[in-house]
Design a protein. Structure first.
Length: 248
């Protein structure tokens, strides 16, 4: 079982500190928001520091080993930072919004949660970003895994871009499902309309036969009916062919 991680744990062993956060995917981080903020700010600072050092080392050919070492360290701290931010989002996501109270911000939203988080040093932007990560844990895991071979330092920008792509795919899928349902509905309506037209056509046909027997059709009307009936018969035969193929 993973031990609880707090900022004091860093004093023991930084490598164990980051490894345990990564192994547990942030599950062993504390439940108190202030403690997680401390961990996030520390890991974020360390990740940025190692990234700067790695960037400097990359320009010196003779320092390739130091560069790779800095990249690996930066990657560990970067991942730990992202999981800490996810943990922040998990906590803020479950905070009460003060519903039922009347205090509203300029956008017309209840500001109790926003004000409470500001007091703890968390801006609305960080809250939104943290909750996005918390709501898409599988995306974060995928970004972390994707840079494993290249020891790349993962960033928030990569995670948010992956979340954006995921949402685009989901929206496209929803649009496709909606379109398919509409098409199916239209097809169902087309079949119903045809059944209704047959009933009406049969009734009209019976009336026309009686009229024809009494000589009510003119020569011009008869010629028109012959041409029109030929087209109708051809379409009926085509429909029957398609239906017969479906039966077989």
């Amino acid at each position: 079982m993973n031990s609880l991680i707090t900022i004091d744990t860093v004093k023991q062993d930084e490598e164990i500190f980051t490894k345990e956060i990564i192994t547990s995917k942030g599950a062993n981080l504390p439940s108190r928001l202030e403690d997680v903020i401390d961990v996030f700010e520390f890991t974020d600072f360390k990740a940025k520091a190692w990234k700067i050092l790695a960037s400097k080392m990359s320009k010196l050919e003779e320092q390739s080993e130091l560069y790779e070492s800095a990249q690996r360290s930066g990657r560990q701290w970067g991942i730990a930072s992202l999981y800490a931010q996810k943990r922040i989002g998990e906590i803020t996501r479950d905070m009460p919004n003060g519903r039922g109270k009347t205090k509203m911000n300029s956008n017309g939203n209840n500001s109790f949660k926003i004000d409470a988080l500001k007091e703890k040093g968390i801006s609305p932007q960080r809250t939104s970003q943290s909750e996005q990560i918390a709501n898409n844990p599988e995306v974060l895991d995928r970004v972390v895994e994707s840079g494993e071979k290249d020891i790349e330092i993962p960033t928030k920008a990569e995670v948010f871009n992956a979340i954006r792509i995921k949402k685009l795919k989901e929206n496209n899928q929803k649009a496709k499902v909606k379109s398919d349902k509409k098409t199916a509905k239209e097809k169902t309506q087309a079949v119903k309309d045809y059944y209704d037209s047959i009933k009406g056509f049969e009734h009209s046909l019976d009336s026309a036969i009686i009229s024809a027997e009494y000589g009510d059709f003119s020569t011009e009307g008869i010629n028109f009916m012959v041409k029109k009936h030929d087209k109708i018969i051809n379409k009926l035969n085509k429909l029957l062919e398609v239906l017969e193929c479906q039966k077989n």
